[in-house]
Design a protein around this ligand. Structure first.
Ligand SMILES: NC(=O)c1ccc[n+]([C@@H]2O[C@H](COP(=O)([O-])OP(=O)(O)OC[C@H]3O[C@@H](n4cnc5c(N)ncnc54)[C@H](OP(=O)(O)O)[C@@H]3O)[C@@H](O)[C@H]2O)c1
Length: 318
């Protein structure tokens, strides 16, 4: 079986450089996808409370651990605190809900999903009457962070980190933390490489995970007619040269530039394809060509919905 390289985080934990994404993996499909993934060597699984499929993921984890097919310590399970659980008390509650759903005693990595807090105590998406915005909360993500630090001390979480935070917000957490963030998870793919933010993180000893690494063609946030990364001529040429698929080139490119990657699939064929990325290297020239196709194009752009939130992260350059 493929031996996947790992990266050692500030916490001392080792994270495999490729994991399985589970956003938009439907209940009823995600269990099957996870079983196939585990059978084919995936050990790092990216989950979130807001994906509303953690119960089903938890059932599979419980089953494989009980069967002894996979040992708990071989797995690297990530989850995320959702926006409606940002106050100190709610975050503590969310940690327990996540552990209960995933049927685990601890998670390996817990991230604050977004810096913006939404109205607590009700719907996961507390929409305004017109449906176009969310009701906000004034919870500060520093309170969320404090509760996460305590979850580490309580043994419920090994490593803590952030997702969708900008450099100023990351610095603010660093300046007010006892345990520093070890991970930033952000959208990153060849059309949105985020090199400045990634360099900022690396300077602080924070590792980076790329979400939507394939430019997620299925996300509801895409607009009709937008470019398909998997048909980019530069990527197609490199793929042809290495006898690999465009997705394999993109996944390998991310790993080669030091960014952990979590492609989502529920198809057996694509789950295998996305994992078969360790038998080739991109040349210096190919890496330069890949750097040249950046369009600074964010797909998951929530400006219209959440742009006026005081903690909205994407109003500054990086
Ligand atoms: N922190 C955050 O805010 C955040 C936001 C977004 C995503 N994420 C995480 O990152 C993960 C990955 O991102 P994503 O799901 O947005 O997008 P993605 O992994 O870039 O793309 C997923 C889409 O690509 C298809 N696909 C997968 N492998 C393929 C291949 N080899 N060739 C062609 N198409 C392929 C999948 O369809 P099939 O399933 O049919 O194969 C699916 O429609 C998520 O699942 C989630 O865990 C985190």
């Amino acid at each position: 079986m493929t031996v996947v390289p790992t990266v050692t985080l500030k916490s001392g934990e080792k994270i495999p450089v490729i994991g399985l994404g589970t956003w938009l993996s439907k209940p009823g499909e995600v269990a099957q996808a996870l079983k196939i993934a585990l059978k084919n060597g995936y050990r790092h699984i990216d989950c979130a409370h807001a994906y509303m499929n953690q119960d089903e993921i938890g059932q599979v984890l419980e089953e494989v651990i009980a069967q002894g097919t996979v040992k708990r310590e071989e797995l690297f399970i990530t989850s995320k605190i959702w926006n409606t659980f940002h106050s100190y008390e709610k975050t503590k509650e969310a940690v327990d809900i996540i552990l209960q759903q995933l049927k685990l005693k601890y998670v390996d990595l817990l991230l604050i999903h977004w810096p913006m807090g939404f109205q607590e105590g009700g719907e996961i998406f507390p929409r305004t009457a017109d449906g176009n915005h969310m009701h906000y909360s004034d919870a500060d993500y520093l309170d969320t962070w404090k509760a996460l630090e305590e979850a580490v001390q309580a043994g419920k979480v090994k490593t803590i980190g952030l997702s969708n935070f900008n450099s100023q917000q990351i610095q603010r957490v660093i300046d007010h933390s006892h345990i520093q963030p070890a991970m930033l998870q952000i959208e990153s793919h060849p059309y949105f490489q985020q090199t400045k933010l990634i360099n900022f993180c690396k300077e602080k000893g924070i590792e980076v995970t790329a979400y939507s690494p394939l430019g997620n063609m299925a996300t509801p946030f895409r607009k009709e007619g937008q470019a398909n990364l998997l048909e980019d001529p530069v990527i197609l040429e490199i793929a042809k040269h290495h006898n690999k698929s465009p997705a394999q080139v993109i996944i390998h490119w991310s790993i080669q530039r030091g960014v952990i990657v979590i492609p989502k699939s529920t198809s057996e064929h694509r789950l295998k394809e996305n994992f078969d990325v360790f038998d080739f290297e991109l040349s210096k020239d190919e890496m330069a060509k890949m750097a040249g196709i950046d369009r600074n194009w964010r797909i998951l752009d929530l400006t219209a919905r959440d742009g006026d939130h005081p903690h909205f992260p994407f109003n500054i350059e990086f």
